[in-house]
Design a protein around this ligand. Sequence first.
Ligand SMILES: Cc1cc2nc3c(=O)[nH]c(=O)nc-3n(C[C@H](O)[C@H](O)[C@H](O)COP(=O)(O)OP(=O)(O)OC[C@H]3O[C@@H](n4cnc5c(N)ncnc54)[C@H](O)[C@@H]3O)c2cc1C
Length: 484
Amino acid sequence: MQTVSTVGAGIGGIATAIRLARKGYRVKVFEQQPNAGGKLNELRLSGFRFDAGPSLFTLPQLVDELIAGANTSAFNYQKLELITRYFFPDGTVLDAWAEPERFAEEVAQKFNDKHTDVLRYLKESRELYELTANTFVYSPFPQLKNFFTLQSLKLAMNPKKLKAFETMHEVNCKYFSDHRTIQLFDRYATYNGSNPYLAPGTLTMIPHLEHNIGAYFPTAGMYAITTELVKIAQNLGVEFEYNAHVDKVDIRNGRVVGIKVNGSSAESNYVVNNTDIFTAYQTLLHEVPLASRLAAQQPSSSALIFYFGVKGIHPKLDVHNILFTSDYYSEFKAMEQGSIFNDPTVYIFITSKRIAADAPDRHENWFVMINVPPNTGQDWDELRLKAREAILVKIKRMLGIDLASLIVAEDYLDPVRIEKRTGSFRGSLYGISSNNRMAAFNRHPNRSKNVKGLYFVGGSVHPGGGIPLCLASAKIVDSYFKPL
Ligand SMILES: Cc1cc2nc3c(=O)[nH]c(=O)nc-3n(C[C@H](O)[C@H](O)[C@H](O)COP(=O)(O)OP(=O)(O)OC[C@H]3O[C@@H](n4cnc5c(N)ncnc54)[C@H](O)[C@@H]3O)c2cc1C
């Protein structure tokens, strides 16, 4: 029997385990934490349940593919009618409806942009996605031989359509005149931890995922994606070993022969690495030269999250809410300089709006997040306390809610904790940043060039971070394995 050791039970590791077990491989997943999920995890605190990391679920068909064929599955999700409620500093509240016509109408009513402009933008966002997704997301692109495909040639013949030579912000300014509409669409850069003033306009394909395909909400919360997939993997015979820290990938004569875990050897024919690629080269693969293009990359942004158990029901807020800053440029500038802007954009995610059991009666579970730079040794205790104060002031000013007096339970996640818990280099959320137009070409491939039998999956390698792309990376790894 051919055996596979998977290092890490993040979403990418679990998805690969399911796919390879279905092909007849014997798969064992080694996870350093006491449970699976990595960044896609949950927190339970004084009667509240929080989804600890990801909150937005797009391209659910990539999860459906993994569930398909499983005899029983309790996993369910609903399409969100209202994706995000935006609060602007001038007092405007805008509901970003999923349905493009309704969304465009809302923008036209509240902002000085035409509803046809929004529809044209979303149409071109769809075209951009359709032009690029096969090459950049679903193929093992970083290999040269894959570049000479019909799809890639189509891309090469359409450089203008790619919008790679303008920033996202510049592209958005061409479509819209109202700074609020521009800010709303600039925000999509943060979906992969980037800066809209630096990231290429190609990323204006991201709104297509939400408005043309849809944003979804798992009926039992985001963490149900992890628990459901682990169940499916186990039913296929995948073994999970928790509290199992992998120290090293064992290599003999240029091919993997297994791993060292908690000081002991575990032999296997293949190794799938689901840990962060920077960390993997530093700790698991010391003998393998770090790919030079990887060494030159900057990590994507990180996050500071407060998990607040809150007294009362707050009808102004929906499940996903954004409280914008009045100076988006300075917010990103501060992050580029390793700091946090004094009036950051605040994201509030409340699952108890839909899952009553996530909070005690007459309470809500507020996941309150701001984007922050990766950890380069800043004083995070000081930054966290300052940011907490700024957030409370902002919520009072923009929502009229005195949150400080309503908090009954509290915890937090910062870049240091993200790095410690998941091994993510500098606590970045999405691997390397997309703040330059070459980023898509520079991500580490899913198969090792130097070591036979070694594969890479997850948010820090091709095609990138976020649940859908991690699931896409698992598909690419799967494509290298023959059915047994
Ligand atoms: C706060 C936050 C918000 C986010 N929001 C969204 C969102 O809304 N939508 C979205 O799609 N994505 C979002 N993301 C990104 C998404 O969570 C990640 O891209 C994805 O979950 C990463 O999965 P992965 O497969 O790379 O593994 P990871 O989640 O990085 O897990 C890697 C696993 O490997 C384990 N590990 C590391 N080293 C070792 C070792 N030596 N031995 C054994 N095990 C090891 C770790 O413990 C961990 O469990 C968010 C992330 C965060 C943190």
